[in-house]
Write a protein that binds this ligand. Sequence first.
Ligand code: C2E
Ligand code: CA
Ligand code: CA
Length: 660
Amino acid sequence: MIYVIDLKTYKILYANKKCIKEFGQVIGKVCYTTLQKNENSPCSFCPLAFTGDSSQFLIDKTFEWENKNSKNERYYSFRAHTALWSDNKEVIINIGVDITEAKKLEKALLEEKNSATASFKTLLDATIEAILIFDENKKCVLVNKVAIELFGYDKEEMIGKFALEFVDSSSRDLVKNYIQLDDKEPYEANMLKKNGVSFPAMIRGHNLLLAGKKVRVSAIIDITDRKKYEEKILKLAYYDILTGLPNRLLLKKYIQTSLQRSHRNSEYNALMFIDLDNFKGVNDTIGHDVGDLVLIEAALRIKNAIRENDIAARLGGDEFVVLLDISKKNRDTAMDSVRIIAQKILESLETPYIIKNYDFRITASIGIKLFNAENLSMDELMKYADSAMYNAKEKGRNTFCFFNPELQKIMEDKIFLIDNLRKAIDSSDISLFYQPQVTSGKNKIIGVEALIRWNSSNGIISPADFIPLAEESGLIIKLGEWILNEAIKQIQLWEIDSEKRDWRISINVSPKQFEDKTFMPTIEAILLKYNVKASKIRLELTEGVLIQNINETLKKLNKLKKMGLSLSIDDFGTGYSSLSYLKQLPMDELKIDQSFIRDIMEDENDEIITQTIISIGQKFGLEVIAEGVETKEQYEKLISMGCKYFQGYLFFKPMSVEHL
Ligand code: C2E
Ligand code: CA
Ligand code: CA
């Protein structure tokens, strides 16, 4: 009987014919309610009931169902294996043998039923196990039919033989041990047939009194088939199908052993995380079948670059891990050895791949964590090697990095910040400030720029610091949506304010946010929600986003214009947009970057650039606004150059709605 259980949900993912025949259609149902009698929780004997660290559970176990546990009131002996099922789900595969008849027999024997009784004889021959009974001198005194068939002797030949004569030499010491211990647990050993062929068997032995004499009853099952099946399953469970390398599960076992050994011997060993740098490109441009071949080839190259005692595994995708057996007491010499291997791996991965007439290069980034006696858990080890791999990527790829606790600290701070930002979005810690924009002459406010503020528990954090983090983590989508909603809601609130009702609001849109497919629907939905004039909304986009994906961008911009919004190019002059390109864009405003304004009085180049931007604006019929205007001199100079709109500390600082 075979069935597979999801380790997390206890649901049966697979059951073979025998299992379904005995218990009905059980797939999808929870194991202990369908196969066993415990309706409420997994049975105590089941390895699933084990609640500790799941890595401990990697050890395969043997267990039995008593008939009082089993729904169909039969006895089974199982071997349980942890494995990875589809979607990397951790599962238990149980392969069991029905030992009901043998159990009944044992019971009969224990109750010392007369050996001559019919029921005993029937039972003896009904069991699927081979039964051999030995006397005090370990000489065989009784066998059943199955035993005769299994071992290939005549009945008479078996009687009188010593127990160990039925055991293969490879298992004799083991079996001797078990006999002495009188251990009732089932165990596996290799047995020997008359013709000299050995076979794997599961044995359960019992010492007991039979008709007043001390005997040992051995029940033996040939598990050749089960072994074959197990091998197949283990291959599936522990190896990556594509590359044939050990998978995550088997790697865990190796790491555990290696950690223990390092600890015991105080020797350095190392774990490497390898990630191919541009693999996604291959998959996307050439196709997955070529991608698969690349992975197979990469796996081979990694394997060839390491020694026999090192383990290469594949975690999935283009991620590989190498567990290096360095065994050096000295940290520096250990690092030297690792460096050499890392370099070798990088070089071998870098050589051109020639697959199906394609010829291309792929590089890799490697993160390394050295370990020895320090008390490191497996998860920490993996995490540190992974983090070092990120550092290698940041260093420009095609390189390796050792784990660096300082860089790790920076990364952890970053993750912490992102996490806090996520929580802050729905709280009042995040708010919008507004900085007025004025027009020359009357210093009349024509609108405001919305600028986000984060008042975190650790003080005010500048958007210049957290916007990039929000972009990197993808949080910008949610944050950007919040900003749009908040700013547009503000326009609606100002509609009843005679002073502010004509103000427009400039909203900064991050490139990531603009490119996201939710951007257009979000804007549409918010406009509908607050029912404000779209012409009061001005989106500030940077040049960078405008020159990417020209066709897509143009389509979006034109749609926004059609909806009535106006558009501004932020930080103008710092990007790379060409004039011919600018001409095609449906923009309304150029915003001169504040870096040019800052030094406009001293730096002639900045003056020329500013003047040029103002002229371009005039020629193209765009409004030009100068931001970061801090002094009267700057302001007057800008007026003399023909600039009409301004924003800066000279006029107003960004402030909360209440202060406006
Ligand atoms: P930005 O869009 O160029 O915003 C102008 C920055 O200049 C603002 O800094 C503003 O407070 C500051 N500023 C205004 N006048 C002066 C001045 O006279 N002198 C000086 N030295 N600075 C002035 P802030 O608010 O710290 O924002 C920094 C950047 O963060 C912004 O640059 C923008 O790129 C980003 N950001 C701010 N709010 C948002 C937002 O709501 N969404 C997005 N996507 N980005 C935002
Ligand atoms: Ca801006
Ligand atoms: Ca700006």
